[in-house]
Design a protein around this ligand. Structure first.
Ligand SMILES: *Cc1c(COP(=O)(O)O)cnc(C)c1O
Length: 382
C-alpha cells in the first residue's frame, strides 16, 4: 500500500533531526525546511571518551574493516604529486577499465563523487517539480533528501513484513507522474535483496517510461543465486540504470568514487548535470589501483560474508524476527527499543546505527569487533 508520504521527519528522530526553529530563511528555498539532514555515523574516539571505554568500534557505516586494498595508498601518494593539475574530466582511464571489467561500453558509464551523488544526478536529470520518485521504505536515507532537493515528490511503499521491497505494491503505486523508481538491492538498512523473477515482473509492469534505478551498493556481498546482477538486467532495458560504488567492498569510502551504467542517452543526460571534475585525480588513481586488487577484495569480502553468517545466526537466536541479509550488515527490527539498544551498545564501546522507532543496523566488522557486538547484544536482548 503506497504511503503517499511527505513526512521526512516521520518515524525517526535520530536520523531526521528536528529543525531548530520554524523561522523561514528567505534567502533559500522554503521547502528545504522539510528535508531531513543526513546523519553520518559517530566517531569511535568520541564514543570511547563519552562511554569511558578504552576503545570503541564503529559498526555504523557499512565500511569494510580491513583498511585500503594493497596498492591504493601508493597510487594515492603518487597521484597527489599532480595536485596542481585538473583531473581528467572524462575519467577516461577509469571508465575504460570499468567497461572492460564489467562488460559495459564506456559510453554507458558515468562516474561520480560516490554513487549517492550519482543518484542525485539521475533524479535531477529526470524529475521536474511535482514529478514523483517512488521507493520502498524503510530504505536508504539519502532518497528522500535527494528527491525533495530536486523538487520531486516522494512516494514511499512500505516494506513487506520480512523487511523486503514489496515490488507488486510498488508497481501498483506508479502513476503518470512517476519519473523515477528506486530499487535498493540488497536494501539498506534492512538487508534483503530482490530475486530475479520479482525484479523482471516489476520491470514488465512498470513499463519503459519510468527510469528504474537499481542501487547495488552491496552487490559484491550477495551470495543468493536467485538475486540477479543488475548489469545483466539493464542490458536489454534502456530504462534501467544500475548504481555501483567503490565505497563498500572496494574499501574507498573516504575517497568517493561511484559509477553507474545506463542507456547511452540516459548516461549523456546525467553527464550534463554532473558537477564538472567531480571525481578528482587522486580518487581516479585510487579506484584504478583498487580494481587491480580485485582478488584481495574478494578474499576480504569472503571473510565478511562468513562473519555475516555467524553474526546473523547469533542475532536470530536472540530475536527470531531478524530478516535475511545479503549485505555487510544485519537489521534488528527493535521498534521503539532501537535508540535504547544503540545507547546500550555505545556504553559497551560498539557504535551501531539506530533508526528511531524502527530498528538498528549493525555492520559486519572483524571477528573481534563482531564478538564485541554479540556480547553487547546478548546482554541487551537477554
Ligand atoms: C553506501 C550506499 C551508497 C553509496 O555510497 P557512496 O559512498 O556515495 O558511493 C549508495 N546506496 C546505498 C543504498 C548505500 O548504502
Amino acid at each position: 500500500m503506497p504511503m503517499n508520504s511527505f513526512q521526512p521527519h516521520g518515524s525517526s528522530q535520530a536520523e531526521f533531526r528536528p529543525q531548530r526553529s520554524v523561522e523561514k530563511n528567505s534567502l533559500t528555498r522554503a521547502d528545504l525546511d522539510t528535508i531531513p539532514r543526513y546523519v553520518a555515523g559517530k566517531n569511535p574516539s568520541d564514543v570511547a571518551r563519552e562511554s569511558g571505554v578504552p576503545q570503541a568500534v564503529k559498526l555504523a557505516s557499512n565500511e569494510v574493516p580491513f583498511g585500503p586494498l594493497p596498492g591504493v595508498v601508493e597510487a594515492v601518494a603518487e597521484a597527489v604529486a599532480q595536485t596542481h593539475r585538473y583531473p581528467d574530466p572524462g575519467v577516461v582511464a577509469l571508465r575504460g577499465r570499468l567497461g572492460e571489467r564489467y562488460g559495459v561500453a564506456p559510453d554507458r558509464l558515468v562516474s561520480g563523487c560516490g554513487s549517492v551523488a550519482l543518484a542525485e544526478h539521475i533524479v535531477r536529470a529526470a524529475v521536474l517539480p511535482g514529478d514523483e520518485v517512488l521507493y520502498s521504505w524503510r530504505s536508504f536515507e539519502a532518497y528522500p533528501i535527494i528527491t525533495t532537493s530536486c523538487g520531486g515528490t516522494s512516494v514511499r511503499v512500505a516494506n513487506t513484513d520480512d523487511h523486503a521491497h514489496d515490488l507488486d505494491a510498488m508497481a501498483a503505486a506508479v502513476t503518470d507522474r512517476t519519473r523515477v523508481a528506486i530499487v535498493c538491492t540488497p536494501n539498506n538498512p534492512t538487508g534483503p535483496a530482490v530475486p530475479r523473477e520479482d525484479l523482471e515482473r516489476f520491470l514488465d509492469r512498470v513499463g519503459p517510461d519510468v527510469l528504474v534505478v537499481i542501487d547495488e551498493a552491496y552487490r559484491e556481498f550477495v551470495r543468493d543465486p536467485a538475486v540477479p546482477d543488475g548489469l545483466d538486467v539493464a542490458r536489454n532495458r534502456p530504462n534501467v540504470v544500475v548504481l555501483r560504488t567503490m565505497s563498500k567492498a572496494w574499501g574507498l569510502a573516504g575517497i568517493r568514487v561511484g559509477w553507474m551504467a545506463a542507456d547511452p542517452q540516459v548516461a549523456e543526460a546525467v553527464r550534463k548535470v554532473v558537477t564538472p571534475f567531480s571525481v578528482n585525480h587522486v580518487a581516479q588513481a585510487a579506484a584504478l589501483a583498487a580494481l587491480d586488487a580485485e582478488d584481495e577484495m574478494k578474499r576480504r569480502v569472503d571473510i565478511v560474508v562468513a562473519e555475516r553468517s555467524r553474526v546473523h545466526a547469533a542475532v536470530r537466536a536472540l530475536r527470531s524476527d531478524v530478516p535475511d541479509t545479503q549485505a555487510n550488515f544485519v537489521w534488528l527490527p527493535l521498534g521503539d527499543d532501537a535508540l535504547d539498544f544503540a545507547a546500550g551498545c555505545e556504553k559497551r564501546g560498539v557504535i551501531v546505527r539506530p533508526f528511531a522507532g524502527d530498528g538498528v543496523r549493525v555492520t559486519i566488522g572483524t571477528p573481534a569487533e563482531n564478538d564485541m557486538f554479540l556480547s553487547a547484544a546478548s546482554e541487551l536482548l537477554a
